[in-house]
Design a protein around this ligand. Structure first.
Ligand code: FES
Ligand SMILES: [Fe+2]
Length: 439
């Protein structure tokens, strides 16, 4: 539970808020690179509560400008993406990717006014198949991109498998990945021996061990597997909103990213990578290749991220099927991502859960630690100007996760550490790596 003022502090990300300032220290992904074609249609973007327009210029550079044109604030979304810049349709002022006004046809040819006009523009970069934005104060000299291993491996070792908008605050989505206990409840099938319908493990009360890392917080959730072994699932939270969730049996590591669109909407990327080889074909191909995992989506709109809204939403009860709930799965709601959306979006206090009313249990230990870490980082930045973790050293984000059966006397932190640091080869001889399914 948090005091109401702490809940405000840790969730709100608009300009001038403490958490908004913290987010503005970091690069955030917001589009797949393929979504922007050179001289193609501009796209509306909303990040950290700011309305923006993205476009790719003739040279392939991505521009990210405030949506309102600096002349009289008309929307640049309607603009013409012409040779090396975006031209506002109202009076024809044209801006390059850095926001510099290149042309001002409504002023006398002798005027130098255009040289003094800049649209608000933010730095962009591309890595790992996505476009990243930096909305922070150091536009002239931005920090390095976070060195997540998925941005560094060859393209065929990385799979972008899902993108969607979720109608709730970013933090309650982050917290879903820090809550191992729900995996074999919310996402479970009713019958252990059934093949479909969800995951199954008899131990529903995992013991959590939480460890601070340079990049954020790591936790292991421990379940009884048999007389000699525990089943460990290790998750990494990296500031400010990047989760690496437990690796699968071939060493493929999934990641969930929860980018705040504003205080009440979140952009979710789900991807996975294998450090050494092309991921198991089970994770690839089929409907996943379209980044929608076979789920039905709404008709695309031109709103920010309007192509990425699943059909299953609060107003249709996330397509819950009560018959399936009686016979097949815990929820009767189709698919893990939508099951997560149903419980996360519906929390009391929409779109920001009222954390002053919670009653946290032992399996919420990682959530508690991450909240504290976020609040401390935001306060340290605001009060002492402390640069948050990873901004000056983006290599600290080279981390991995694991799922493993380990002997009961094994020290999971020490044993798995070389692998978790994203430098070591897959540890063939170390325990048995298993996949029980799911995030
Ligand atoms: S408002 Fe954009 S050129 Fe006038
Ligand atoms: Fe989940």
């Amino acid at each position: 539970m948090l005091k109401p003022e702490e809940n405000e502090l840790v969730t709100r990300v608009g300009p001038g808020t403490p958490m908004g300032d913290l987010f503005r220290q970091y690069w955030l992904p917001f589009m797949y690179s393929w979504e922007l074609a050179p001289d193609g249609d501009p796209q509306r973007v909303r990040l950290l509560g700011e309305d923006l327009v993205a476009f790719r210029d003739s040279q392939g550079r991505v521009g990210l400008l405030e949506e309102g044109c600096p002349h009289r604030l008309a929307s640049l979304y309607f603009g013409r993406n012409e040779e090396q810049g975006l031209r506002c349709v109202y009076h024809g002022w044209k801006f390059d990717v850095a926001g510099q006004c290149l042309d001002m046809p409504t002023e006398p040819a002798s005027s130098s006014f255009k040289e003094r006009i800049r649209a608000v523009s933010y730095r962009t970069a591309e890595a790992g198949g996505v476009v990243w934005a930096y909305l922070g104060p150091h536009q002239a000299d931005p920090p390095g991109l976070p060195q997540y291993e998925w941005t560094l491996v060859p393209d065929d070792q990385r799979l972008h498998s899902l993108k969607m908008v979720r109608d709730c605050n970013w933090l309650q989505s982050v917290e879903g990945d820090l809550d191992s206990a729900h995996l074999f409840v919310l996402h479970s099938r009713l019958k252990q021996d059934a093949t479909g319908g969800g995951f199954f493990h008899p131990d529903l009360a995992p013991h959590l061990e939480v460890v601070e890392t340079e990049a954020g917080v790591m936790y292991g959730s421990r379940r009884n597997e048999d007389g000699e072994h525990y089943y460990w699932r290790v998750t990494q939270f990296c500031l400010p909103c990047f989760n690496l969730i437990p690796a699968r049996e071939d060493g493929t590591i999934p990641s969930q990213i929860w980018v705040p669109i504003d205080d009440g909407q979140t952009l979710n990327f789900f991807l996975m990578w294998n450090p050494e080889r092309v991921p198991d074909p089970r994770y690839n191909g089929g409907p996943r290749a379209d980044q929608r995992q076979g789920m039905p989506y709404q008709e695309p709109t031109s709103h920010a991220f309007g192509a990425w809204r699943p059909l299953a939403q609060r107003d249709n009860d996330f397509l819950q099927d009560r018959a399936k709930q009686r016979t097949e799965s815990m929820t009767g709601i189709p698919g893990v991502p939508i099951q997560d959306s149903a419980v996360t979006v519906s929390m009391t206090g929409r779109p920001i859960v009222d954390r002053s009313r919670e009653h946290l249990g032992s399996t919420d230990a990682a959530i508690i630690r991450v909240r504290r870490r976020l609040i401390a980082a935001a306060r340290a930045l605001r009060e002492q100007g402390t640069i948050p973790p990873g901004v000056d050293d983006p290599s600290i984000f080279r981390r991995r996760t694991s799922s493993a059966f380990l002997r009961k006397d094994a020290d999971w932190v020490a044993l798995l550490d070389p692998w978790h640091r994203a430098r070591a080869p897959f540890p063939e001889g170390l325990g048995t790596y298993v996949y029980h399914g799911g995030p």
